[in-house]
Design a protein around this ligand. Structure first.
Ligand code: AMP
Length: 185
């Protein structure tokens, strides 16, 4: 279930660094170069499938937008439902929303009120949800997404990221257990 150093290297080396995007001082981790390399993408997805096979999940929830790609692929492998956590104003049905702060101002994420079933329940107990995104930086987005899962009555059993920017200590802000495939310092 743990990745070998070679497998880790295949995934890490497939991700491209773009300096000063979207603004000066940010090194953007570009996962499009992972997605277009079948061996790297499959190595990652096989690892995530092996890790979460035993979690008895009801849903995988992916964060807008790159979390949709990994989340939907993983949900399909595990045979569970996929739920998108979207930026404000994109979902058509009744939503629950959560604001979070950015460097300047606020952003907001939403899910459908019935995304995990009525009152977030599966067979009378809170639905077990895995949250996934490509990267955790400050943790603000993922924290808001975990709060949304709680708000509708479901349970976030783990928050999973392909990459974790260790030095920002984002995991400390998340109330659920956190797992990252690659740690970047
Ligand atoms: P945060 O809320 O600070 O943890 O930021 C996480 C969100 O912003 C994720 O949805 C990431 O896709 C995106 N993000 C933040 N920093 C980067 C980065 N350096 N490279 C790529 N995506 C990033």
């Amino acid at each position: 279930m743990t990745l070998s150093p070679q497998e880790k290297a295949i995934i890490l080396e497939s991700i491209r660094d773009i300096p000063d995007f979207p603004k000066p001082g940010i090194v953007f981790k570009d996962i499009t170069t992972l997605l277009n390399k079948p061996v790297a993408f499959r190595t990652l997805m096989e690892h995530l499938e092996a890790r979460y096979r035993s979690y008895d999940l009801d849903f995988v929830a992916g964060i807008d937008a790159r979390g949709f790609i990994f989340g939907a692929a993983l949900a399909d492998r595990l045979g569970v439902g996929f739920v998108p956590v979207r930026k404000k104003g994109k979902l058509p049905y009744t939503t629950v929303s959560e604001k979070y702060s950015l460097e300047y101002g606020f952003d907001e994420v939403e899910i459908h009120i019935d995304a995990f079933g009525e009152n977030g329940q599966c067979n009378g107990t809170p639905a077990k949800v895995l949250l996934i995104d490509d990267l955790i930086a400050t943790g603000g987005t993922a924290k808001a997404a975990v709060n949304l899962i709680d708000k509708v009555g479901a349970e976030c059993v783990e928050a999973c990221f392909v990459m974790e920017l260790d030095f920002l200590k984002g995991r400390e802000t998340i109330s659920a257990p956190v797992y990252s495939v690659l740690q970047i310092d």
